[in-house]
Design a protein around this ligand. Structure first.
Ligand SMILES: [Fe+2]
Ligand SMILES: [Fe+2]
Length: 346
């Protein structure tokens, strides 16, 4: 029987309103915009103000004929190596964004993750555009004619194979690890990328590359600030078990990210024996083409300084740093690193 009320007034039945059933948790789409960390809300605002369009870079100034065929392949190769990292960015952070929604984190965390997803799509687009401009169809869908081209394609295929090894583990890690462990890996990735692009923006000779590295580097520095803010919130109150996990994650980050920042250590990477020798030749051509790739020693020094900074930070929270003998950094031995340990972020 319909309840009648005077026109314009709401219905409150005699027995009161019926409470809606509780929404099962975890669940997506929190119906609130809780702010606990004002700085994160500000970082999200900054991300909106600093947005740019990769289509607007002066691509006409990147003329294939200004480079030797070897330099074109070298630069394409370096960007393909980068794409092996940046290409995972949008999907990694899209998953993390969904996870943050499901976990009903405070609103600025959800929004910051969304902004990183957006930025990573731009970074990925930069890889795409440089590669398409210099080697149409690259990195994998063109017909290599020289030994150098064949070596480049083969190396890229091996990297792609390795990239494909951690994806399943990453998906599972979202539910396996607490956010503080995930954020530590994100932080390592952002330390690596901001270090890389800052160094290259100073060294690149070509104006288009300088412009790209400057803009991308600015994004990465903001991503790092976001991760550090979140960690500052999450690190106090860590259990010893989680601290041990974080120490291992730091080593996993080093193993994974060295591929683009320096050279891969002898762990995790499944690559043929000739990979590194060919990699060095290809990267040297990129260097000669004015891309701004640092020398082996400069890369090592840059990476070492960045990791020493991470060490100081984590030790302040009572988290041990892993041994990185490759860069003369001592610390704890964390044993084997497998695909399930890699949380890919850049
Ligand atoms: Fe990125
Ligand atoms: Fe990033």
């Amino acid at each position: 029987m319909a309840i009648r009320t005077p026109e314009g007034s709401v219905i409150i039945p005699p027995g009161g309103l019926q409470p809606a059933p509780p929404v099962p948790q975890p669940n997506i789409y929190p119906m609130e915009w809780r702010v606990e960390t004002e700085e994160l809300a500000e970082l999200y605002e900054r991300s909106k103000r600093q947005i740019y369009n990769p289509s607007d870079f002066p691509w006409d100034e990147l003329r294939p004929e200004d480079f030797t065929p070897e330099q074109r392949i070298g630069i394409m190769y370096w960007y393909a190596v980068l794409a092996n990292f940046d290409g995972s960015g949008p999907a990694v952070f899209a998953k993390a964004t969904i996870h943050a929604f499901e976990m009903h984190t405070e609103d600025p965390i959800r929004k910051c993750f969304f902004s990183i997803t957006r930025d990573e799509m731009n970074h990925e687009e930069c890889c795409q555009r440089v590669i398409q401009k210099l080697v149409p169809g690259g990195p994998l869908d063109f017909s290599p004619k020289t030994d150098l081209e064949r070596a480049a394609v083969n190396n890229i295929e091996w990297l792609y194979h390795n990239g494909g090894r951690y994806w399943k583990g990453y998906g599972e890690s979202l539910h396996k690890y607490p956010l503080s462990v995930l954020f530590t890996s994100f932080m390592m990735g952002e330390v690596a990328s901001s270090t890389l692009f800052f160094g290259m923006s100073k060294k690149a000779r070509h104006p288009v590359f300088r412009e790209i590295f400057k803009k991308v580097g600015q994004d990465e520095a903001r991503h790092l600030a976001i991760c550090l803010k979140i960690l500052e919130k999450d690190w106090p109150g860590l259990t010893d078990e989680h601290k041990t996990l974080i120490t291992k994650q730091l080593r996993a980050g080093f193993v994974f990210l060295s591929m683009i920042l320096w050279e891969p250590p002898n762990q995790f990477w499944e690559i043929p024996e000739y990979f590194l020798a060919n990699h060095r030749v290809l990267v040297q051509h990129a260097r000669d083409g004015g891309l701004g790739v640092l020398t082996y020693d400069e890369q090592a020094e840059n990476w070492r300084v960045a990791l020493a900074r991470v060490r100081a930070m984590v030790e302040a929270w009572g988290i041990e740093f892993p041994a990185i003998p490759e860069l003369d950094l001592d610390g704890v031995d964390v044993g084997d690193i497998g695909p399930e340990d890699i949380i890919p972020v850049f």
